[in-house]
Design a binder for this molecule. Structure first.
Ligand SMILES: Cc1cc2nc3c(=O)[nH]c(=O)nc-3n(C[C@H](O)[C@H](O)[C@H](O)COP(=O)(O)O)c2cc1C
Length: 217
């Protein structure tokens, strides 16, 4: 990709307020969007996330009613993604999940895995003082996955809209009742609708570069 093409992708992505409900994202392209999340960076590589992809019309309708920031977007989008973060106990250095990540996913030898756990342990109670810090830490990683998915989508001319405006408790209940969420392990962080725009996007309005960047040469 050259610089103009990259700029086109960056300008293409916008918070799409209404999707063309007749257009579906093709499975192969959707998979690449999801790869954007799966392959995203995460602190110490712990991937503290899970993505629920809702294609089902009835569930989208139900969810749109508890997401006040995205009623139209959710009911018209092709796919609605709910980003779940691992709970604090899941990402503690002595958890079964961390053991699985280090040994089964990263295939680290026992001594390296123990060293990593020791490193993680040193953060607990210091940098990450309590469960609230641990939960924010997991949530932060999810936003990186979200951003990576939105940019992957934009590269494929797929539109998106982050939806943070929601009744999290009500959304959680719907997912728990459907057996889609185990609150012992995960909690809802944010959501995003993907699809194809119905209307043209307005031009991007942003602060000038010199307001947001400080150079040190
Ligand atoms: C964390 C977060 C939550 C957001 N929640 C909503 C939302 O509930 N509804 C909505 O229409 N847009 C939502 N947005 C989109 C922003 O309003 C939008 O990104 C911002 O105004 C910049 O516009 P642009 O994305 O079109 O460039 C959210 C964005 C972020 C990053």
């Amino acid at each position: 990709m050259n610089t103009n093409e990259v700029m086109e992708v960056l300008n293409f992505r916008h918070a799409c307020k209404e999707f063309d409900a007749t257009k579906k994202i093709d499975d192969k392209e959707l998979n690449v969007v999801l790869e954007g999340g799966r392959l995203a960076a995460s602190s110490m590589g712990i991937e503290p996330w899970k993505f629920i992809v809702v294609e089902n019309h009835d569930l989208k309708e139900e969810l749109s009613r508890v997401c006040f920031g995205g009623t139209k977007q959710i009911s018209t989008c092709s796919h609605f993604v709910i980003y779940l973060s691992r709970t604090p106990k899941e990402i503690k250095s002595d958890s079964a999940y961390i053991d699985y990540i280090l040994k089964d996913v990263k295939k680290l030898p026992e001594e390296v895995s123990s060293m990593m756990k020791g490193f993680m342990k040193s953060f607990e109670g210091t940098v990450l003082k309590d469960d609230k810090d641990m939960q924010s830490y997991a949530n932060e990683q999810n936003y990186i996955a979200l951003s990576s998915m939105m940019l992957s989508a934009a590269m494929l001319n797929i539109d998106s809209c982050v939806i943070g405006g929601m009744d999290k408790e009500a959304l959680t209940k719907i997912l728990v009742d459907r057996g889609l969420l185990d609150t012992d392990k995960f909690q809802v962080t944010v959501t995003c609708a993907f699809g194809y725009r119905k209307n043209e996007a307005s031009p991007k309005l942003r602060q000038p570069m010199d307001e947001v960047v400080t150079w040190v040469k």
